[in-house]
Ligand binder design. Structure first.
Ligand SMILES: [Zn+2]
Length: 1147
């Protein structure tokens, strides 16, 4: 148990900072506090004031135009001693730089709203393009009577005063720029490029309520349940006539795997452990068929059939026969008639390309009641094995209609793919924390026996949908937040007040602490403080505290952060049009820097640097008529040549900045410099932030391997043998990362490589500072600019906290032992992030260090100390209470497979840094086999050993695990570059559960089945080629890419409507966007694409794939239920393999 933890006051920070000069501090206490655009907090000042409502966020709207340019004016230095280069400006300051500024800007017509809420894990609902930007005031259930008031804005902008720093001798560092003529050459073909991570899908409309009555709230002992799958028979669950399958949460038997003797394997006995759980009736149905498929998996040639004839789409058994599949144990039972294949493969009524099963699946499993054709012997029907689509659909229909109320301990939330609202009644929303299990084994032995990892996936600054209430900001005054004396846990709903309210007992360490006089309150007859509902920290799972100076570095309140834009102006960057594009975009984007509440302007200051082999700093002080450039050519010992005028307020220096951004592309238009430096660029940004005594973010736009002579110079060592190993990094970059973290300098990297540029090394600093990497391979203006600009806009505007430290406290018996994500750790408990944005996720693993009790359960408290974009120091607290169990069945009924996969993927992706990939893969398979074998042995009813029985909550574990094993990091094909692998590895490590879900099991939508008259998405189908019809068009998205696949037999009319050409052969697969055509089908498809784009945290690359075209190979890589070209097993084969592994463990 981690008792005696220290306060969050300070991870080892860097060197002492010089005093601040001329900074005003934001007003604290007693005044309305600003709220962040994406998460505004109402002020909570002192006892019982009313909470303030969140304010509508500001969105970014692409400007209608750029400031106009005036006549040429020359740029001259006023600092002769620095001999700044003459920037032969051919342009004058813009005459109209004034942007739309101000909050609540209205959306220019014709422009897509850049929604703050339509991304990330706002998986639900209609997204942004259609969503309002305004956050409606949410009602506060516990505060009747105190009407929310709008947060008033507090401008915290401070003028940046020149820091004392000493300017070193610049003379010999200054150099002229190399300007030469350039010869354009044709850009290489665009590559796929990995884009972005993902998040969740908007669900198409069908949230049919299966009736809330059927949905019984989870109690400590209830849980979801097992699923067994048996061969050929979809039937896995015992028939519960009249009840929807998903509410039963029974084990699933995988058909095809073994013939259970007389029962499907789920006898009542398997539920015994569950105290209080409804006992399932015994299964009346006939025994499952008895094929045992224990055969060797994988490489059966006929598993992945090539393009099936269209007819397979309507037959009951899509796909080729799998006769090659089955090995040894021969079927012991004949196929059983009487079962219909409908359990998993077919969801819902017949939908499009899905096999047409007669029985309606949803809600009414009529197992055993309708005779169905027995499966051919020795064939494992893909429709009979657990279907992700079915599970997702079931959860949507069963749980999507009611809000998820967090008042009950240990409740398993709806899946990330379900659209639901959350009401905080004492536990953190699943948008902030999701767990692998909501019922933890009481003992370490039980945990080891099950092998189920205990982990939480935490996204501390997650964006909430507009309907949900943002965390309130609580101000406890000068004494700061009330905390336990011993473990330093923060006041939360689980603290127990005793002795008439004079003391409280800590729910984490049991220590008793005096209640500070100013915090005293009487208790009611139930022992609850009478102000319980008036204090967020007593009644809510998530809230914020205003931090006092004790929580600040060097005991000084921080200054507002700064953003520094650092642009590569080497030949490639200029030639591709990138430099001009970035400069044009920044002119407008700078007006949308993050701000809080309805502040008129952002408190964030900005600075600009360009570089190739040398660095150019710009003085953009508002008093200058023209910007000044200072060149530092001695990159070995980086320093910042100017302090006053480097970091400025956008509004004040608007004219000078606009002039600079106009001039940069011209200045370097003729450059012939191809070499770049990289580490000195980060060092320059870091030094600038140090000099300004603030935290901040560097936006680095970089194109090539930094081979120029300088610290951190890299060689072209594109050696696949080094992939994923620590050798990929150099200690130089690790040390630089450490320095950045100490200063709160977060690094975001936008890469535009035309060849290998060593992402693994360049990404070290980004990764350890909590930054993001974006990669646009073979960047071409025409096809990639939209994607890049959308990513840049979102990245610049999103909510971000700086100089962050996160600690997770736990109640006695378990403790956090391992952490995964983009951060730095200098000790074993504090996760430090120079920056933490609303998309970043940290996965935390827990281990037992003592026994837990069923009565008290287990508690987690995640505390994040950070600096807001206004420079305010805050603590965001998330609390979550979990159940504890003495029966393994309870553990298995309360697991969440999507979260489990998130953990396993991150664990494996880190594992490849120190172990061979095969070792990592084998360990993953072995762990999952043990998890399932433990269930089989301890929780399922006795049945034939040849039968595969899966817990209901984990019935998708095999299919999802297979997707992780086949992913580009664990089983790359030859086309996956070393840079791609490093990139993906880093991306996945920060993904939330929704993102890993769609990344590993992409969403496949039949566009031709879409209802053009509704806003719904067509029902998704399983990721297998045999589900595709030659006559249809499909969309596949995984959070990084969107593929639009067109079958060879698609009707001409549809092709005309979507692509504006008359035949299949005329469709260009070079399109990066769909043509805008005025017909319902085109509109619908573009609507769907826009909707998906808004939901993801990165803009996805659109790729048109024609059936039988060469790009189809790329597309097929994402049909994850099929065998992959790089050797990954098909789902069916992998299930067989897992079954074999489980049987070995059981025998
Ligand atoms: Zn304590």
């Amino acid at each position: 148990m981690s008792v005696n933890q220290q306060a969050h006051t300070g991870p080892p920070y860097g060197q002492p900072q010089p005093g601040y000069q001329g900074y005003q501090q934001p007003a604290y206490g007693g005044q309305p506090l600003p709220g962040v655009p994406q998460s505004q907090y109402g002020a909570y000042n002192g006892p019982m004031p009313g909470y303030q409502q969140p304010v509508p966020p500001q969105g970014y709207f692409p400007p209608l135009g750029f400031p106009s340019k005036g006549s040429p004016v020359s740029l001259n230095s006023d600092t002769s001693s620095l001999a700044p280069n003459f920037i032969g400006s051919s342009r004058a300051p813009p005459t109209s730089g004034a942007p739309p500024a101000a909050s609540g800007a209205s959306l220019p017509s014709g422009h897509l709203a850049y929604s703050q809420f339509g991304h990330g894990d706002v998986q639900n609902g209609i997204p942004a393009s259609a969503a309002p930007m305004q956050r409606p005031p949410a009602s506060q259930p516990f505060l009747p009577g105190s009407a929310p008031t709008p947060v008033s804005q507090t401008s915290t902008f401070q003028q940046y005063g020149p820091p004392p720093a000493s300017v070193q001798q610049l003379s010999n560092h200054m150099a002229g720029m190399t300007i030469g003529s350039t010869t354009a050459s044709a850009p290489p073909p665009a590559g796929l490029g990995y884009g972005p991570p993902t998040s969740i899908p908007p669900v198409s409309g069908s949230f049919s309520t299966t009736g809330s009555g059927l949905y019984t709230p989870y109690t400590a002992s209830q849980g979801p349940p097992p699923t067994s799958v048996s061969q050929g028979l979809p039937l896995a669950q015992p028939p519960f006539p009249g009840q929807p399958v998903s509410t039963q949460r029974l084990p699933t038997q995988v058909p095809g795997f073994a013939p259970p003797p007389s029962s499907t394997g789920i006898g009542p006995s398997s539920y015994l452990p569950t105290t209080g759980a409804p006992r399932p009736p015994t299964m009346p149905g006939p025994p499952l068929p008895g094929q045992t498929i224990a055969g060797p998996p994988a490489s059966q040639p006929n598993h992945v059939s090539s393009p099936p004839p269209p007819s397979t789409m309507s037959g009951p058994h899509p796909g080729p026969p799998m006769s090659g599949l089955h090995g040894p144990p021969p079927p012991t039972h004949p196929p059983q008639p009487g079962y219909q294949m409908q359990q998993n493969g077919s969801f819902g009524q017949v939908r499009g390309p899905q096999p047409n099963y007669g029985g309606a699946y949803p809600g009414t499993p009529n197992y055993g009641s309708q005779p169905g054709p027995p499966p051919p012997p020795k064939r494992l029907d893909p429709d009979s094995i657990p279907s992700p689509i079915q599970v997702i659909e079931d959860d949507r229909s069963n749980r999507g209609s009611e809000p998820f109320v967090t008042g009950v301990r240990g409740q398993v939330p709806p899946l990330v793919t379900t659209n639901f609202l959350v009401k905080d009644q004492g536990n953190a929303s699943p948008r902030y924390i999701r767990c692998t299990s909501y019922n933890i084994p009481c003992t370490s032995d039980m945990a080891k026996q099950s092998q189920v990892p205990l982990a939480a996936v935490i996204k501390p600054l997650a964006t909430l949908p507009p309907e949900e209430t943002l965390p309130y900001l609580v101000d406890h005054g000068e004494s700061g937040p009330v905390r336990c004396n011993r473990c330093k846990a923060y006041m939360c709903p689980f603290m127990q007040f005793i002795e008439g309210g004079r003391r409280f007992q800590c729910c984490f360490c049991s220590c008793v602490t005096e209640v500070p006089p100013h915090y005293f309150q009487h208790l009611d007859h139930t022992g609850k403080r009478v102000d319980f509902y008036d204090r967020p920290e007593l009644s809510l799972g998530s809230y914020e505290f205003l931090a006092t100076v004790d929580y600040c570095k060097n005991n000084k309140f921080p200054s507002p952060p700064a953003f520094i834009f650092m642009i590569d102006v080497s030949y490639n960057a200029v030639k591709s049009g990138l430099v001009r594009l970035i400069c044009e975009e920044l002119k407008s984007l700078l007006d949308y820097l993050p701000r809080e509440g309805n502040m008129e302007e952002s408190a964030i200051r900005v600075g600009f640097v360009t570089y190739n082999k040398v660095l150019h700093f710009y003085n953009v002080k508002s008093s200058l008529a023209q910007p000044q450039m200072m060149v530092v050519s001695d990159v070995a010992d980086m320093f910042v040549p100017l302090l006053d005028g480097f970091l400025v307020n956008v509004n004040e220096s608007r004219t000078v900045i606009a002039s600079l951004l106009d001039q940069i592309p011209e200045m370097f238009a003729d450059t012939r410099e191809t070499e770049t430096v990289f580490a000195p660029v980060i060092q320059a940004g870091l030094e600038a932030l140090k000099a300004a005594e603030c935290a901040g973010k560097l936006f680095i736009f970089h194109t090539s391997l930094p081979i120029a002579e300088a610290p951190g110079k890299l060689k072209n060592r594109d050696d696949k043998k080094l992939i994923n190993t620590d050798k990929e990094k150099t200690s130089f970059y690790n040390n630089l990362a450490k320095d950045c973290v100490a200063q709160g300098c977060c690094v975001d990297l936008f890469l535009f490589p035309n060849q290998y540029l060593d992402v693994a090394t360049l990404g070290v600093v980004t990764y350890q500072t909590g930054g993001s990497i974006y990669k646009y391979a073979y960047f071409q203006l025409e096809t990639d600019q939209d994607r890049f600009l959308n990513d840049l806009r979102r990245d610049v505007q999103k909510e971000v906290g700086f100089d962050a430290v996160m600690r997770v406290r736990t109640s006695t018996g378990i403790r956090a032992t391992d952490f995964f994500g983009a951060f730095y750790m200098s000790n074993t408990t504090d996760v430090e992030m120079a920056g933490l944005d609303c998309d970043k996720t940290i996965t935390v693993e827990f281990k037992h260090d003592d026994k837990l009790s069923e009565d008290s359960g287990a508690l987690l408290q995640c505390a994040l100390l950070y600096t807001s974009c206004t420079g305010q120091r805050r603590l965001r607290i998330h609390n979550l209470s979990l159940n504890c169990c003495t029966q393994l069945a309870d553990l298995y009924r309360n697991c969440e497979t999507d979260t489990l996969i998130n953990y396993l993927a991150k664990y494996a992706y880190r594992g490849v840094l120190s172990s061979p990939v095969k070792t990592v893969r084998d360990a993953l398979i072995n762990q999952c086999a043990q998890i399932l074998a433990c269930y089989r042995k301890n929780c399922a009813s006795p049945s034939s050993a040849g039968q595969l029985i899966l817990p209901e909550c984990m019935k998708l574990l095999p299919v999802y695990l297979n997707c992780v094993l086949k992913s580009d990091v664990l089983q790359p094909g030859p086309e996956v570059t070393t840079d791609d692998r490093a990139y993906i590895r880093q991306l996945v490590t920060s993904m939330d559960v929704a993102e890993t879900n769609v990344f590993f099991y992409p969403r496949l939508l039949p566009l031709t089945k879409a209802d053009v008259d509704s806003d719904c998405l067509p029902a998704a189908i399983r990721n297998s080629e045999e589900r595709l019809s030659k006559g249809d068009i499909y969309l596949l998205e995984n959070g990084l890419n969107i593929f639009v696949w067109v079958g060879v037999n698609v009707q001409q009319g549809l092709i005309q409507n979507l692509f504006g050409v008359s035949s299949f052969s005329q469709i260009s697969n070079a399109l990066s966007t769909l043509p805008v055509l005025e017909n319902p089908f085109s509109k619908k498809v573009r609507f769907i694409v826009d909707m998906l784009q808004v939901q993801r945290s990165r803009y996805m690359k659109l790729i048109i794939v024609k059936q039988e075209d060469k790009l189809e190979m790329l597309f097929k890589h994402f049909l994850v239920e099929d065998k992959s070209l790089s050797g990954g097993a098909s789902y069916v084969d992998f299930l067989c393999h897992m079954h074999k592994e489980i049987r070995q463990l059981l025998s």
